[in-house]
Design a protein around this ligand. Structure first.
Ligand SMILES: [Zn+2]
Length: 121
C-alpha cells in the first residue's frame, strides 16, 4: 500500500481528490435532507465525518464508476457488508442471513419447550 503522496500516480491522486469531493457533496446533501444529520444511506444510522464511507451502488469490480450517480454515503458496517456486491446481491445476502437468524431463533423456543417438558416428566 502506498502511503506517501509522492508515490501516487496522477490517476490515483485524481481518484483520491474525486472521492473526497464526492464525500463532501454527499455529506452536505445528507445534512440538508436529514435535519443536519449525516446519515448512512442504507441503515440510516448517524455518522461523523470520520465514519463516512463511499459505497458504490455498482461495485468497481463490476464496472461501477466513482461518480455522483454511483456512490452513496454509508457507515463502515454497511460498506463492509455490501463490499463487492450489487444492491440486489447484497439484499439476497441479507435475506439469507435473516432467514438463518429466524431459523436459529425458532429453534430456541423449541429447545426450551423440550427442556420444560422433560423437566415436568
Ligand atoms: Zn449503515
Amino acid at each position: 500500500m502506498k502511503v506517501h503522496v509522492e508515490e501516487l500516480t496522477p490517476e490515483e491522486i485524481e481518484l483520491c481528490t474525486r472521492r473526497h469531493e464526492l464525500k463532501m457533496l454527499l455529506r452536505e446533501q445528507s445534512k440538508a435532507t436529514n435535519g443536519g444529520r449525516i446519515a448512512c444511506t442504507y441503515c440510516r444510522c448517524d455518522m461523523t465525518n470520520s465514519q463516512m464511507h463511499l459505497s458504490h451502488i455498482v461495485p468497481p469490480s463490476q464496472g461501477g464508476q466513482t461518480d455522483a450517480e454511483n456512490v452513496v454515503l454509508s457507515c463502515g458496517q454497511c460498506c463492509d457488508s455490501k463490499f463487492g456486491r450489487t444492491l440486489d446481491g447484497w439484499l439476497q445476502k441479507l435475506d439469507t442471513m435473516r432467514a438463518e437468524v429466524c431459523r436459529l431463533l425458532n429453534q430456541q423456543p423449541r429447545k426450551q419447550e423440550q427442556a420444560t417438558a422433560e423437566a415436568a416428566a
